[in-house]
Design a protein around this ligand. Structure first.
Ligand code: GAR
Length: 202
């Protein structure tokens, strides 16, 4: 496999870790999981800031709990929100952005500022089921499998280079909620692995 060449800091000790921002909109179970991962000695990332478009995002509680800075932005004024976010990311020397249940679409301009440095986790086996309601759609289409994907973000929705995927079986009796729960468990295993793969080519 051809290694992904990125100009990212990849050493995994002390302040040599890759300074990372996590973007969330809701519950934040992936955020919590990535925080736990970042605390492990071998983690290549240091989470410097949590960014959200939703002041009521439940995941924001992990900011205080773990002493990680948080910033809330109003995406109804998307251009101005993105300009402010870019300034903060620059001030914090952020080199990697992980979208973790972030439900806003970032502009091409924003993405170009972090080309090859924005990861997203999506609850389907991309390129199948881009967008919303992935579990419901997979069940309605009688799919035997769904799963989750970590991919780089480009300017087309859920279409960037795939870093890792995990298949999850769909059982006959599954509701969308059942499937969502089982896939979320796999997301928590997949995201750290994908980050490690991106940053260290392991
Ligand atoms: C996760 O299932 C994630 O894959 C999905 O939102 C959920 C967030 O859960 N992301 C998307 O649908 C992005 N298009 P969490 O807030 O508990 O991490």
């Amino acid at each position: 496999m051809v290694p992904i060449k990125l100009n990212l800091m990849t050493k995994s000790i002390g302040d040599k870790k890759t300074k990372t921002a996590i973007f969330i909109s809701g519950t934040g179970s992936n955020l919590e999981n990535l925080i736990r991962f970042s605390f492990s000695q071998k983690s290549p990332i240091l989470i410097k800031i949590i960014i959200t478009d939703n002041k009521k995002a439940r995941g924001l509680k992990f900011s205080k709990k773990n002493n990680i800075k948080k910033k809330i932005f109003n995406f109804s004024k998307k251009k101005s929100a993105e300009t402010k976010i870019l300034k903060i990311l620059n001030d914090e020397r952020i080199k990697l952005i992980c979208l973790a249940g972030f439900m806003k679409i970032l502009s091409k301009k924003f993405i170009n500022n972090f080309k090859g440095k924005i990861l997203n986790i999506h609850p389907s086996l991309l390129p199948k089921y881009k967008g919303l309601n992935t579990h419901k759609r997979a069940i309605e289409n009688n799919e035997k499998y769904s799963g989750c994907t970590v991919h780089l973000v480009n300017s087309r929705l859920d279409s960037g280079k795939i870093i890792l995927q995990k298949k999850v079986k769909i059982f006959k009796k599954d509701t969308a909620k059942d499937l969502q729960k089982r896939i979320l468990k796999q997301e928590h295993l997949l995201y750290p692995k994908a980050i490690r793969k991106l940053l260290t080519n392991l």
